[in-house]
Design a protein around this ligand. Structure first.
Ligand SMILES: *Cc1c(COP(=O)(O)O)cnc(C)c1O
Length: 444
């Protein structure tokens, strides 16, 4: 086992930098979030359990609204959605970005105003479009040429629907190849460089029941520098300028998508939202002035940066195995509740909670309980060398793309979500039971 010789190196406030602002470290070794000890949540709700700090979610919404005045901020629901989350977004004045009839219907059926929802999707099903039209979704983002006639027919000659067009600006940005969506030659959007975007826009303008309100782009996810967004602004305004010359078209909106990067481990960089807002607005004003166009209203769509840092996954250690050079600490969850390390090689910094350990730190691999060697939650994690079965581990920055991507692999049942606020914990989503799983299994 490799030990890290300075046991104090990573303790103290630096280590809590990626935790919610409400996190405190009482002397007995537990951590509290939202005023509630995490070990108490584990006892009361069982493990694995996901904890969501409501105040952290709301603060992040307010940070966006403060940094981006005169901008429509849409929360990307695919990062994590439940009814409480939809209510919080509504109360904070954000809109929603959804990608399916399911996300859309969950939000609207709990009272979220449909007019503040934008529907995305590279392959929208007939049900997605029917649901969007039936519920009166604010805008639909067209992602392929075939969608135009289909949508126009579904809207009907007397109907009316606001639409945007997803444009591929030809920019490579994002934390991993699988989450880069702004480059040419991937499945999303219509490219500027091959003329598909311009062609699709001409066809939309031929459909009187479709009102084109603006262009949309989404460069990718986990982007930590401002630069790609500025390049996107230039290219999008370039296209807007050509559309003005060709069609006399002045588009009132510009949607720059999401993808704002966050720190998953202490010391990692996050996208600076204040700088992002300031520089996007300056670039947009400048590009529009040069093109002789009015400045469009800006729309942004953060998902991860709102939900991610507000969530914590709490697991119980089931076994500790020493093999050759490695120590495998196995917990009672894994790739079924967090597939991200296996999908994109994301790295996390789990932490022992519930007791204080004086042991020196050891480098370990935190693995799940599933039947795949790739079921790793945290490679190269640092935990006390005396970490043992029965201990609790907490993984911060677990609020986005964990449960929304969770599966029923090995039928362990998906974990519950518990909200914490002002010293109180309440269940938002209950644990999936064998009864839930069995009730869908209707054949013999
Ligand atoms: C996924 C997605 C987002 C949000 O991405 P984050 O990385 O979570 O901010 C925004 N817009 C679109 C179109 C998306 O597909």
């Amino acid at each position: 086992m490799t030990t890290v010789h300075d046991p104090t190196a990573l303790t103290g406030t630096a280590e809590l930098s990626v935790w919610p602002a409400s996190t405190t470290e009482p002397p007995h070794g537990d951590l509290t979030v939202g005023g509630v000890p995490l070990a108490e949540i584990a006892d009361r709700f069982g493990t694995p359990v996901y904890v969501l700090d409501e105040a952290e979610v709301r603060d992040r919404c307010r940070t966006y609204l403060d940094a981006f005045p005169d901008t429509e901020v849409l929360y990307a629901a695919k990062a994590f959605l439940c009814r409480a989350m939809a209510h919080w977004m509504d109360e904070e004045g954000l809109g929603l970005d959804v990608c399916s009839a399911g996300e859309l219907e969950l939000a609207v059926s709990t009272g979220f105003p449909a007019g503040r929802i934008v529907l995305h999707g590279n392959a929208k099903s007939p049900r997605d479009l029917d649901t969007a039209l039936r519920l009166g979704v604010g805008r639909i983002v067209i992602d392929s040429p075939a969608e135009i006639a289909r949508l126009a027919a579904a809207v009907g000659p007397d109907g009316h629907q606001k639409v945007m067009v997803r444009v591929v600006p030809g920019i490579s940005a994002g934390g991993h190849e699988k989450i880069r969506t702004g480059t040419d030659d991937q499945k999303f959007g219509l490219s500027i460089s091959d003329g598909y975007a311009q062609h699709a826009i001409t066809r939309i303008l031929d459909q009187p029941q479709l009102e084109l309100t603006g262009l949309h782009c989404h460069l990718g996810s986990q982007i930590t520098s401002v630069k790609p967004y500025l390049v996107a602004v230039r290219r999008m305004v370039g296209l807007m300028s050509r559309l003005y010359e060709q069609h006399g078209l002045v588009l009132p909106e510009l949607d720059l998508g999401g993808g704002h990067g966050i720190a998953y481990r202490p010391g990692e960089g996050a996208l600076d939202l204040t700088a992002l807002a300031r520089r996007i607005r300056a670039e947009l004003a400048d590009a529009c002035a040069t093109a002789g166009l009015p400045v469009p209203r800006l729309i942004i769509e953060p998902g991860r940066a709102i939900a991610g840092p507000a969530g914590i996954a709490v697991y119980r250690v089931l076994s500790v195995k020493h093999t050759g050079d490695h120590v495998f600490v196995a917990v009672d969850g894994g790739m079924s509740d967090n597939p991200r390390p296996a999908l994109y090689g994301v790295r996390y910094a789990p932490r022992l909670i519930g007791r204080r350990s004086a042991a020196e730190r050891a480098r370990v691999t935190v693995v799940g309980r599933h039947c795949e060697a790739g079921d790793v939650l945290a490679a190269d994690a640092e935990l006390p060398a005396d970490t043992r079965p029965g201990d609790l581990l907490a993984v911060p920055v677990a609020g986005a793309y964990h449960l929304s991507m969770a599966s029923d692999y090995n039928l362990v049942g998906r974990p519950p979500v518990v909200a914490v606020r002002d010293g109180l914990a309440r269940l938002l989503v209950r644990r999936e039971s064998l009864e839930d799983i069995r009730s869908r299994d209707v054949g013999l």
